[in-house]
Write a protein that binds this ligand. Structure first.
Ligand code: HEM
Length: 309
């Protein structure tokens, strides 16, 4: 059997006997003359896929071996080898796995269900992860005195999504944080990956992000912090599709809210629609965040009851 045939057999087995498939799913008999549809393992998240999304996913699965070969042109067995993305193992022989389906669906949704564009994004993401060396960034020891207060992962929203906070406020040495842009980016990517570890891709596949800008002023926006912000933002738009449920910008000084719109050209409109700028002070912030997060899960400084960071 050729590699292409082997892949198609794994994606859409056609024999009409009861049998266990390569991905461990019992295949029901199909009526005479009809190809059996592979049985899809279901989860709360795959249950939310629309018929159009299922169609796109089935077409995308067929493209995966080719996508893997394009992502890793120097690897001999790239077409059949496993790749790990956000803790989920993707390989041509397990494409019916529900978690794999949820991960692949993210690339399709981010590209309006276009299989070719989703595939391009998937290939670019795998290549970028290698070039950036995400694995090494996740193992890097960042100085606590510079990065220790910059990111917090705390609590869940009412639907169980993790809530993550980036405190980019002026109450810390922003020159040290953004002085080395590449180091900041490695820290930010590692923090994103750590947040993603809390997603099981069965019941939860998105997070809430909060940016806290308490104490920033126009002088905090120097060339380095501006470049770091736009580079990080473009990395997330290009290589972390559909992982954000909502994003709140809190403690934004009112004379600086216009900065929000500077990011408009960097982000798809669907992502922009998930974001809101909230004013300052625990009660104002609480009004916005308590709609999503229970008081016990929300730090007091944001209007909740949790004695957190
Ligand atoms: C003045 C100091 C500021 C610093 C140091 C700063 C830092 C950053 C950084 C590092 C990012 C990268 C994305 C991330 O980490 O999630 C970012 C993104 C962003 N910032 Fe700021 N920022 C500042 C001010 C502001 C202000 C006043 C606003 C107004 C609301 C704002 C709105 C945004 C938006 C819309 C994004 C894109 C979000 C995304 O890509 O997920 N920033 N900022």
């Amino acid at each position: 059997m050729s590699e292409t045939e082997a892949t198609q057999a794994a994606v859409a087995p056609t024999d009409s006997e009861h049998r266990e498939t390569s991905y461990g799913v019992i295949q029901e008999s199909a009526p005479e003359g009809l190809a059996a549809e592979p049985i899809e393992p279901k989860t709360a998240l795959t249950d939310q896929f629309t018929p159009k999304e299922w169609d796109a996913l089935k077409a995308f699965r067929v493209e995966i071996p080719d996508a893997l070969a394009s992502a890793y042109p120097d690897k001999n067995n790239a077409k059949t080898a496993a790749v790990k993305l956000w803790g989920v193992t993707i390989e041509p022989s397990n494409l019916l796995d529900a978690k794999v389906s949820v991960v692949l669906m993210k690339f399709l949704r981010a590209r309006n269900l276009s299989v070719s564009e989703g595939k391009t994004m998937f290939i670019a993401t795998l290549r970028w992860r290698d070039q950036f060396n995400v694995e090494a960034a996740c193992k890097e020891a960042f100085p606590q005195d510079v990065f220790g207060q910059l990111g917090h992962i705390y609590g869940q929203d009412k639907a169980g999504r993790p809530v993550v906070y980036n405190v980019y406020g002026g109450n810390q040495d922003l020159k040290a944080v953004f002085g080395d842009i590449q180091r900041f980016l490695r820290w930010r990517v590692a923090f994103m990956e750590k947040s993603i570890e809390l997603l099981d891709f069965e019941t939860t596949d998105q997070m809430i992000q909060v940016h806290d800008y308490a104490g920033v002023s126009m002088t905090s926006r120097d060339t380095n912090s501006k470049n770091a912000a736009s580079e990080a933002s473009s990395i997330f738009s290009s290589h972390y599709p559909e992982l954000l449920h909502k994003k709140y910008f809190v403690n934004v000084p009112s004379y600086m809210t216009w900065i929000f719109w500077l990011f408009k050209p960097l982000m798809p409109s669907a992502t922009l629609a998930k974001m809101s700028v909230v004013g300052s002070g625990a009660s104002t912030i609480g009004k916005a965040l308590l709609a999503e997060v229970n008081a016990k899960q929300l730090p007091t400084r944001y209007g909740g009851e949790a004695e957190a960071f």
